[in-house]
Unconditional design. Structure first.
Length: 445
């Protein structure tokens, strides 16, 4: 692609919001969970370049920006908003670049709407792209799998004046060794797990602390992918006196010493992908190594170590029945989960599961940009598609009644010792309830 020299060397990065069920962009007063991609990409720019980050959920998009490049990420069903934003910017003559999960999983689709598509991890391709742009020889596609997982300190400063929560994102490793067929991470990384040098991770955490934050979100996909590494990292994090949250596989609870080390390092909340309480359903999604019969004990152990447990579960695996799905409610109510979340089984484009469903002719929604976490878009062997979507809301409604919310948050004795934590989870649960009543799939974005 031939381009002339820019008037101003500046990139605008836009983190798109999502649409609600009436096609209105979701707007909020505060955004708690911030992605790390843009602070990282901004840090990788040459010194004479400027960067601006727009978090659309809490900010207006500056369509008349003086930036010469506009970078937009794509995540799940937010991809539809990414495409609409790209159209607006391209109509104003901007060069629009897409990167992130959707660019990686379905680059040929992204190419229809974006000038440049960056597949995969961009630590090496992003500087190459900017150099190509300056040389007037921008390519249509860049594809990267960095040999080493290293990078400069993220430009957290670009986020500081925004209405964000009291924590910043940090990353130690990416990818996951598990092979769950529905998961985008498995389909992007194919079992590859890359980790950064411990000293580099600590450098970023120290930077977060220097900026006045006492908490961080370790956005890794599975912090126990390499237990030995986590043990070493946690021993060092413990010395920094920070608090943090993350997500990982339930394997953590099987290693009591590692669990204690993670808790002693300041971890106070973890999210587990429990997926289902039906063993047959777990086998069906390649997760037969997990046994739902162990879940209550696993949660008890983790909570006993001082870490609150949130969960992610799937509604509508082929082997699910109406009864097995409704029994999920009993499981949740009988366990010590503090923030249970559910997603309708969705074939994310670019995943193995999508290909399988497409070949079987089971996808009933032809427009992939209309996929959402709350609406069934594939046929199910025993539950009608509409009924499945309704079951999803029914589970949520039953789990998020006011008495149940109170019982799993501030009425828990352990929150007496940590009232601010209890209030945080109460607020989160009430917010989810508010979203459920408006038929918005609970999310923390
Ligand atoms: C933090 C996080 C969030 C945060 C922040 C969101 C954000 N927009 O950044 C919150 C909680 C808000 C969120 C929300 C959602 N998320 Co999310 N999220 C993550 C998580 C855990 C980490 C992302 C991150 O910061 N990684 C660290 C950075 C450095 O890595 P990276 O994002 O991959 O970026 C690198 C490259 O991809 C590339 N890159 C990324 N973006 C761009 C953009 C440009 C222009 C370029 C050039 C390059 C580039 O450069 C980076 C450096 O190599 C990932 C899991 C994961 N490992 O990615 C899920 C993940 C990305 N999320 C996912 C989903 C589905 C969602 C939601 C749709 C969930 C929902 N139901 O609401 C929403 C959509 C929000 C939105 N508006 O986009 C899926 C995406 C699946 C898919 N196929 O797209 C993931 C992969 C989780 C999963 N296991 O399925 N998410």
């Amino acid at each position: 692609m031939k381009v002339s020299a820019p008037a101003r060397k500046k990139v605008l990065f836009v983190q798109p919001t999502i649409y609600d069920d009436r096609d209105r962009p979701v707007k909020k007063g505060k955004l708690y969970f911030i992605g790390l991609a843009y602070p990282v990409l901004a840090a990788l720019l040459p010194p004479d370049w400027e960067a601006e980050i727009c978090l659309e959920t809490i900010e207006d998009v500056p369509f008349d920006t003086d930036a010469c490049l506009v970078g937009i990420g794509g995540m799940g069903h937010a991809a539809r908003r990414s495409v609409d934003l790209a159209k607006e910017f391209r109509a104003r003559g901007k060069i629009v670049i897409m990167g992130g999960p959707m660019a990686t999983l379905v680059p040929e689709l992204a190419e229809k709407y974006f000038d440049v598509v960056v597949e995969g991890d961009a630590e090496e391709t992003w500087p190459e792209l900017v150099a190509d742009f300056e040389a007037g020889s921008l390519k249509r596609r860049y594809k990267g799998v960095p040999a080493r997982f290293t990078r400069p300190i993220p430009r957290y400063d670009l986020l500081l004046k925004k209405k964000i929560g009291d924590f910043l994102p940090v990353q130690a490793g990416r990818g996951c060794p598990e092979t769950c067929s529905f998961c985008s991470i498995h389909c992007m990384y194919r079992g590859r797990y890359q980790r950064r040098d411990i000293e580099e991770v600590l450098r970023d955490i120290r930077e977060v602390k220097r900026l006045g934050f006492r908490k961080f979100l370790l956005i890794d996909d599975n912090i126990v992918s390499e237990p030995e590494y986590m043990r070493e990292l946690c021993a060092e994090i413990a010395k920094l006196g920070m608090e943090w949250m993350s997500q990982c596989s339930i394997e953590l609870a099987r290693d009591e010493e590692l669990l204690a080390t993670v808790a002693a390092a300041g971890c106070y909340a973890l999210s587990f992908g429990l997926e289902s309480v039906n063993p047959e359903s777990l086998r069906h999604i390649n997760k037969g190594w997990a046994d739902p019969a162990d879940y209550p004990e696993i949660i008890r152990k983790v909570v006993g170590a001082g870490i609150e447990v949130a969960s992610e579960m799937i509604v509508g695996i082929d082997t699910d029945t109406k009864e097995s799905l409704l029994s999920t409610v009993d499981f949740v109510l009988g366990s010590d989960l503090v923030a249970p979340k559910f997603y309708v089984m969705t074939p994310i484009p670019g995943t193995d599961f999508y290909r399988e469903m497409k070949e079987a002719g089971r996808i009933v929604e032809p427009d992939v940009f209309r996929f959402s976490p709350s609406r069934a878009v594939i046929t199910h062997p025993s539950i009608a598609t509409e009924e499945l979507s309704e079951l999803y809301w029914e589970i949520y409604r039953r789990v998020y009644t006011l008495p149940r919310i109170l019982r799993r948050t501030i009425l828990k004795r352990r929150f007496l010792a940590h009232p601010s934590r209890g209030l945080f989870f109460l607020g989160l649960n009430l917010y989810y309830r508010y979203q459920i009543r408006r038929r918005i799939a609970p999310n923390i974005m």
